[in-house]
Design a protein around this ligand. Structure first.
Ligand code: GDP
Length: 445
């Protein structure tokens, strides 16, 4: 659960408060200090934390708490209200154009979840009797157009993409043409997917900004991965300066990262969070409600459920399936990617390693993974063809070069990834063949 840790810490703080009657200024200070630490540890940006704790402290020392029948509860209430405020206050919905089509442009780093979001948004709009058109203006990654076509297929909506094969596609022109096309064919919402890079980059910003000028969008949604940690605030500010946006979409809220940085984004940019994305399937998507999110963070009952869910994400059935793949040497790059994504979904890598028997040797190596590495791995593997993913032996020099270009990485990065995959496959195979103590049904070794 993204905010599990933060929730736990806050709950702990309030538990200490609950045992008291009237609150002394020292009690308030101690509580505020705990909240401050919990927020900082959850990666909430310092400026936001300062502002937040300042307000909570001031209110907690004031009359509303002093006069309350239950001062501790009143403090929780204040924290809740201030949390709602940093999350943007009132929920805000998409603004539709008076005269269709409504143009929604997506911007954000590569891997943030833009393309997936385009599909989610389209599906959600289609359910609401809109006729969305997805526009492939991400011509950076060769696979991006394809990927958009796949999600459009899943969502059952149309795609506007450049003619295949003419190589030098111009994303600004594609975006511009798509609007004419939409008017012509009476699509009422145009969703423009743009190219991202792995980091903030002047060319990408310029392109996004040019697309923005060309299509004059009603909404520009900045898509941000809730798991990118401390970088979230800097990234958001860079996009605000470079392209500017009207709203934020938090993705990967199903993950186990600390997520606090993402909580800072609305407050730091002054732009509302409009949607939340909570998984890889197109239905894992919901409008964002600051008040609901705040109560999710503060609600004890919810915390427990979420922790349970995170634990069951890696159940024994999955572990069995993987173990079998290692043993029979059918472990592919796709599995490798799925496994990484699941690791992320299931949260703590250590926990997962604890569930797969006999993986002690891999543990250190896996513990050294950082989120960005997962994002890079995704970018590379997604730029491979299906055949390549299933048989890494196909990956000769020219294929590796193409993949490097497609994913915006270097050939060395691709080589390293393939090497790591091969090592992992080999190691896991050895471990699997060495027997599987503790897997239910297999008996002791
Ligand atoms: P883009 O580069 O910004 O277009 O990102 P993609 O849409 O290609 O998403 C990158 C990866 O993140 C893909 O593997 C998606 O399936 C995954 N993804 C997107 N949104 C979510 C989400 O909300 N939760 C999880 N767990 N994965 C997501």
């Amino acid at each position: 659960a993204t905010f599990g840790n933060l929730s736990d810490r806050l709950a702990e703080t309030f538990k200490n408060l609950r045992t008291k009657g009237k609150l002394s200024p020292a009690d308030v200070d101690a509580t505020v200090r705990e909240i401050r630490r919990a927020l900082l540890d959850a990666d909430v940006a310092l400026e936001v934390v300062k502002d937040f704790t300042g307000k909570v402290r001031e209110r907690a020392l004031g009359d509303e708490v002093n006069k309350a029948l239950n001062p501790a509860q009143q403090v929780v209430q204040i924290v809740n209200e201030e949390l709602v405020a940093i999350l943007g206050g009132e929920a805000r919905r998409i603004q539709f154009a008076k005269k269709p089509p409504t143009v929604i442009m997506l911007a954000g780093l590569q891997g943030a979840g833009k393309t997936t979001l385009a599909g989610k948004l389209a599906k959600w709009l289609a359910k609401d009797n809109h006729t969305p058109l997805l526009v492939a203006a991400d011509l950076q990654r060769p696979n991006a157009v394809n990927q958009l076509q796949v999600v459009a297929g899943q969502a059952g909506v149309a795609v506007f993409a450049p003619e295949p094969g003419n190589g030098t596609g111009n994303p600004v022109k594609v975006a511009k043409d798509s609007i004419k096309f939409a008017i012509d064919k009476q699509y009422d919402v145009v969703i423009v997917d743009t190219a991202g890079r792995l980091g903030v980059d002047a060319d990408m910003m310029k392109q996004a900004s040019d697309i923005r000028k060309a299509v004059d969008p009603d909404e520009v949604l900045f898509v941000i991965d809730a798991m990118i940690g401390q970088d979230a605030v800097a990234t958001a500010k860079a996009f605000q300066d470079g392209v500017d946006f009207t709203g934020v979409v938090l993705t990967k809220l199903d993950g186990d990262a600390r997520g606090g940085a993402a909580l800072s984004v609305a407050s730091v940019t002054g732009r509302p969070i409009i949607f939340a994305s909570t998984g890889e399937s197109l239905d894992d998507f919901e409008p964002f409600y600051p008040d609901r999110m705040a109560s999710r963070i503060l609600d004890l009952g919810d915390i427990l459920t979420l922790i349970e869910q995170a634990q069951s994400a890696f159940d024994e059935g999955e572990a069995m399936k993987m173990a079998e793949k290692f043993a029979t040497d059918t472990f592919t790059l796709e599995d490798f990617l799925a496994q990484m994504q699941q690791l992320r979904g299931a949260g703590s890598i250590k926990k997962m390693m604890g569930m797969l028997p006999g993986m002690g040797g891999m543990k250190q190596q896996l513990e050294n993974f950082d989120e960005r590495e997962i994002v890079r791995t995704e970018a590379i593997i997604q730029s491979m063809t299906k055949a390549e993913r299933q048989n890494s032996k196909l990956l000769n020099g020219s294929r590796r070069l193409r993949i490097a270009k497609g994913s915006g990485m270097t050939v060395t990065d691709v080589n390293q990834l393939v090497q790591r995959f091969e090592q992992a496959a080999k190691m896991m195979k050895t471990v699997a063949k060495g027997g599987m103590p503790n897997i239910p049904g297999m008996g002791p070794v």
